[in-house]
Structure formats: C-alpha cells, structure tokens
Design a protein around this ligand. Sequence first.
Ligand code: ZN
Length: 329
Amino acid sequence: MKPVFFLGLLMASLLTVSAQKSSTGLPRIFLFGKDYVRIEDWARANGGQVRWTVPKQEVRVTLKSGTFIFTVDSRRSVMKGTTVWLSLPVAFKNGSAHIGSVDITTAINPLLNPPRNMAGRPVKHIVIDPGHGGRDPGNMEGKRQEKQYVLLLAKEVGELLGKAGFKVSYTRTGDSTIELPERAAIARRRGADLLISLHFNSADGPGGSAVKGAETFCMTPARTSSTNARGEGSGAGAYPGNRFDSKNMLLAYEIQRAMTAETGAEDRGVKRARFQVLRDAEMPAALVEAGFMTNPSDARRIYDGPTRRKLAQAIVDGIVTYKKIVDRK
Ligand SMILES: [Zn+2]
C-alpha cells in the first residue's frame, strides 16, 4: 500500500504543479524556488513568435509592439530596443527558455498593457529633485561636484516641462542641504503627480574613465532583489513606492528610452533599487543617473550647456511620452 500511496501522491503533486497557473495566467514551473513560465507560452499567449538567435543562449520574441530579447542565465533583457534588467535570470530547462513570473507582471506587462490614470486625473504637477546639495556634494570629479550639475540640469528640465504645459516645482533651487526623507515628503505635501530625481554617476579606480552611459532606476518590487544586489533583499516587503510599481516601470522605461535614443548615451538600462526617495514616494517616481562625470564623452553632456540641454530635452520627452500613455482622453 505504502509505495502505491506514495506514487499516487507524487503523481497528484506533479499534476497539480503542471496544471497550476501563475499570477500571469500561464502554466508555471518552479526553478530555484521561484515561479517561472516558459517564454514560448508567454509569447504564444501574446500572439508572438519565438526564435533562438544563439542556441540555448539568446532568444528573441517578436510581438506586434516590438521585439523582446532574453539571454539565458542573465537578468539583462532588451525590450523594444531599450535595456531592462529583470528581477530573475532567464533559465534554460527541458529545451526551453523560462522567465520569472514576477518579470512578466512587473517589467513586461507595464509596457505591453500600460497602466492608466483615473479619468480627470492627468499628469500635471511634477516635482524635480536635484540630488545632493549643501553639505552633500555628491560625486566629485576634480573640483566639479555632482550637486552643481544636477541643479543646472534640473532647472533646464523644469523650464522645458513648463513649456510643455506641466506645473513644475523643485525639492531645492539652490545649494541647500535636503535630507533624504524630506525629498519624497516635499513631493507628497505639494500633491505632485510625479517625482523625478536627477543624478550623475562616477566610476573610480583603474579603467573607471571607460565606464559610461545612462541608467534609470525605479523602485524594486516587493520581495525581489534590486538590480545591483546579488540576490539579497528578496525578503523586503512593500513600501509606499510599491503602490505604483507598474507606473514606476513605465516612467523609468520611457525616460531611459528617450535619453539613449536622443543623446547617443550608452544604454545601461532600466534598473531597480530601494533608494529612499523611491521607497518613500507616494506618486510614480524615477531616479535618473544621466551619465558618468568621470567619462570624457558623458562629461560633455554634463558640463557643456548646449549639450546638457539636449539631455534635458530627452528626459522631458520621456516624461511627455509617459503622460500620453497613462492619461485618459
Ligand atoms: Zn547622486
């Protein structure tokens, strides 16, 4: 009796697993303790085609809205031409590529089935947060301080947003110290519809000057790892910023897409981080790292007024595209 009972139990549990649907509505499989779905199943459900461009390594999914490229054992993906870092690496199993269910719901769906604002609540008021300030210079490159250049960029972004019809305000307009918790609080008190935090990167050490490109961060979804973490942080629960996971992703994506397409900056991708300004934001928010102060080609976009203005225009264009998508007519 015992072995038969055990076999029966085993078969029942196998059947349960294969018949179970994940949060994506697709059949799921557990890999490394996480919920995954076959990329072929996801593609088919969306009317797409799957093609291995490098056998067992790179898979391309062509949907009506664009091409999605995934790499086995990697979290880097390219979605409609822009890099997006997944929460879980793509996995190869039983001859098929698999993607984390969490990545379908939090990274892909916001782009394929974008979130919408409530009728009569268009994106209107934007708070721009120039990073650092006062006692905190941010990154340094020689005598140049990040806090000075993000303030210049912020004012250029604000001026262009104003021309595009937005109401704009700032967490700081001068060289003042603003504590991190205060930044999202300012945006909340003003009833802002979006919070955009602006920063520049730097890379030290040998070879540091070769590191370049733009990246845009949005809040890490609950119980997943941030992009620059090595698996840690997956136990973290939900913060206020997680109420807007879908809009956060769409906003970061559109800013990153416009920045890289319009300025020629290297595409370091949309990334996830639990930065305090993103954690605390009670409205959709993104944190832009618009280039490396330590790289000669990025530095031109940062320090040279007319070139920086193009960067500001690209950020504004990304925000305008986001607004067009989420606002109800
Ligand atoms: Zn910074």
